[in-house]
Design a protein around this ligand. Sequence first.
Ligand code: ADP
Length: 648
Amino acid sequence: MTDTTDTTDTTASGARRETLGFQAEVTQLLDLMIHSLYSNREIFLRELISNASDACDKLRFEALHNPALFEDDPELAIRVDYDAAARTLTIADNGIGMSRDEVIANLGTIAKSGTREFFARLSGDQRKDAHLIGQFGVGFYSSFIVADRVTVVTRRAGEKPDQGVRWESAGAGEFDVEMVEKAGRGTEITLHLREGQDDLLSGSKLRSIVRRYSDHIVQPIRMKKEEWKDGKPGKLAEDETVNQASALWARPRSEIGDEQYREFYKHVGHDFDDPLAWTHARVEGRSEYTQLLYIPARAPFDLWDRNARHGVKLYVRRVFIMDDAEQLLPGYLRFVRGVVDSADLPLNVSREILQESRDIEAIRGGCTKKVLDLLAHLAGEDREKYAKFWGEFGRVLKEGIGEDPANRERIAALLRFASTQADTADEVVSLADYVGRMKAAQEKIYYVTAETFNAARNSPHLEVFRSKGIEVLLLSDRVDEWVVGHLADFEGKALVSVAKGGLDLGTLEDAAEKGEDRQEAEEFGPFVERLKASLGERVKDIRVTRRLTESPACLVADEHDMSANLARMLRDAGQPGPAWKPILEINPRHPVVARLRDEERNFDAWASVLFDQALLAEGGQLDDPATFVKRINQLMLEMGADRPGAAA
Ligand code: ADP
């Protein structure tokens, strides 16, 4: 929040002038911005024009219900002027304007969710921080990159001329506000340039910046034309429009350059960086609309913030309707930015109407398909870009497996997982890669879930698969449990957890191995019964396994029970659930198991240790670690006592 009044005085006109303090984060942001974005200083103009354009869009939208807001000035436009003598630049619009309270809230605080977290992430390393700032959005405050004093005079549309507000700040911790007269509605921002910024006081320089960054702005951006005299700019003459002033998305693709697409993205996406990819299409049919959708190159800092508003802008026949129209795309594509312009929706469409509109359903389906197509295209044509995308947004996309059953197959094809085939968590494989590598006799896709990549990679459940050279997917994202819970198969191959149910390698095992199985189960029958009696309630069942080649024992979940990993996640999240009981599987060929089979004196202690170590090996936590340690020590001493020559 803004600090309360520091000083109040009364100006000659009687209007109250107040000096207020910036929210602490604003001061921090200003500081950072001036230093880290200096090499990119020209972007201030893009940001101010972008805001002016949004303000015009908002006015047009509000005027749909209240045409009086246009006052006598219906043609929306943005002006850029400079005054070489005063060393100022002015960016003016006749958009919605701001009231006094809005000025204080908008230009004195940062009203974004996650602001505190954002500032906590700043490292002090300017290069890294500059990137973060870009993600956070620079906006109005970027004017202080080139100005040491900024004056804003604004009046909200529909208010009387005496309801103008003047805001001024040198960017050093505080700002002044006072009420002033302003004849026309809208906002006028004057930048008092810092030393060394005089090159900006040039029509040709400003024009080139506007054309470069703001050509796509829908409203005309007007500047005074210069009359040249003796090879020098002379008198300022009548206005000219500097940009194309038409909706970029409504132009044919062939007429739009990549650079224009990129700059438009920065405007709609409030991003500082270039987008990763985009898709632009006009759809005709039952429902008619144009979509220009972008995939950002980086995840925004508030991607996981449930309250953050996400989505694309909705226009109806070129008229801006709303920001963040989340109904236009499903939640798992919330990172997409851009514009949808519908030819069918009524201009008075509201968020409530959107929720029920059939037209919106068609648009949402169409946009979803376009984005998934774009991703599939990247995955196929530009693996490096796709890997980047996956690193930033993969975890969000995974949510789609449960959220969007109609597109499950398409989303599944876009998933990437770590695998026993690779060495690091970053080397990921697709399900199609996996299927392409499957053994001739292999019928299933195997995976293991664990809390971390290392826990997954070293899971004892993988032993038999390693020994037979069968690939296993290593799933360690929290959301992976949800993914495999909703994804029963891929290309007709069932996805199967290696830590659930009895081991059934199907035709991957030969008859001889199966025969050995039966024989071992029989031979170990009495021992298993003894173990059951000893471990009692701690296990659901005990059986002999071929799953293990190196470990003496492991825990598995029953076929239809939840996995151990999921049970742990739920417990950690404080969610009550039925007590999870594992099945203990023992490796009949392991010397420890053989040793235990012959054990008489300390059978119960050995059995407990066998169970506890199996639990530890797969990432579980012991109920009673102290007793575990005591038992181990006791058994170690006993072993020492057995040694020939040890004191009796
Ligand atoms: P952002 O544009 O990302 O919200 P800014 O710091 O650029 O952040 O602007 C903060 C807010 O100030 C805007 O959301 C808008 O409400 C208001 N604002 C900025 N410029 C203008 C303008 N020219 N006309 C009306 N409102 C404006």
